[in-house]
Design a protein around this ligand. Sequence first.
Ligand code: SAM
Length: 483
Amino acid sequence: MYDVKSLKAEEFIDHEEILETLEYADKNKNNIELIEELLKKAEPKKTARGVECSGLTHREASVLLACEDPVIIEKIYALARKIKEAFYGDRIVMFAPLYLSNYCVNQCVYCPYHLKNKEIPRKKLTREEIKQEVIALQDMGHKRLAIECGEDPVNNPIDYVLDSVKTIYSIKHKNGAIRRVNVNIAATTVENYRKLKEAEIGTYILFQETYHKESYEKLHPAGPKHDYAYHTEAMDRAMDGGIDDVGLGVLFGLEMYRYEFAGILMHAEHLEAVHGVGPHTISVPRVKRAADIDPGVFDNGIDDDTFAKIIACIRIAVPYTGMIISTRENETCREKVLGLGVSQISGGSRTSVGGYAGYTPDERPHDTEQFDVSDQRSLDEVVYWLMKSGYIPSFCTACYREGRTGDRFMSLCKIGQIQNCCHPNALMTLQEYLSDYASPETKRLGEKLIEKEIMNVPNEKTRQIALDNLKQIRDGNKRDFRF
Ligand code: SAM
């Protein structure tokens, strides 16, 4: 029986409720009057305190996703763009993954790290190797990482992850620093989540892979990840352990996308109902080719247009949730979805264990790669491309360091302080990147952009402080300013 507040996976992700949602969506996908009403409901509204959005429920958003009318789809895209513009502006936050270990006791059938894959060498970074990787990432200009790790209580116990986080934060190479470490590790206990919180991680990320229990069990035939309830209830344990920022995701291609879409929104509604805070981010990975993995064997692959529609509908349904897209997607696809709601992208990524240090930008070690990277450009190329496409690449990590976690971003939107806070923070961290790491061409383009954009900070005092800070960064005096 569906109960958004239940702590049991099968009740807050109730299969019958999803089936009924899909049926309701099918019945109403041509109900233009209802759809227009939903689009109106989801519009950003100016209030005395700022801009607010109501979002949509999983049922409502599923109707939008089911609609095939090209005129309505354009309206969906336009609304998604408007919401994105209201809360995220042109800012795109940059990050990179750091693979710590590919030892894994699970048997996820889509992942090359599965236990039975004897074709790949198993590797786990030592403290010294982590240091080298982090230096390489800092030298590229990264400030935010997402650490990735297989599940293996012997080779990658929680203490290994905690020690790695500590090592990453401790490295200060030249002007570099990793200021936020997000963690993507397997579902674990409240006690371990508490330890991760104490280690000052940013977001705890865990992809559901699929919300469809029966498929989930088939796709994870053995190992601790086989337990659907333990996996699905992980975010509740993470929040009980004190982690405010959690990142959801499904691996598109495994199951029917409309099922997953309803599922992920139900999960978001559940977190909001139980903990008072929705997910900090939603990731939208698609299954990719990898050693021992042929994505063609999964019959639910989605084309780029459907992918874009999913992203736009997520943007409309959960307007305050960041959306992440990785280098699994190529440049063309990334360009298309950036405007529709994506707020964070990775750049210059390596998905192998030890893929950064000691390699030139054109060299890619493939032996321990988790999946093929489609966007193989360097971080500098991605930064340049973003600016050329009208975006502001941001290396900002201010929110969580200022204690603005959980629902605080939403409050920032509601009090209309985004332009006085996120905007100058993005520009100051971009200036750091330009001064310390950019190619001359990127630097030229970026400095022109900053000169123009800084004028869009409405509060005069804030603008003046930001201008002073920018000068200090350019003069090489100081780094790490934030509002
Ligand atoms: N081991 C952790 C777990 O089980 O949740 C997380 C780390 S895993 C390295 C990160 C994510 O990569 C997985 O959650 C999965 O969604 C994704 N992934 C695995 N195989 C993939 C593939 N062939 N193509 C694209 N993404 C894949």
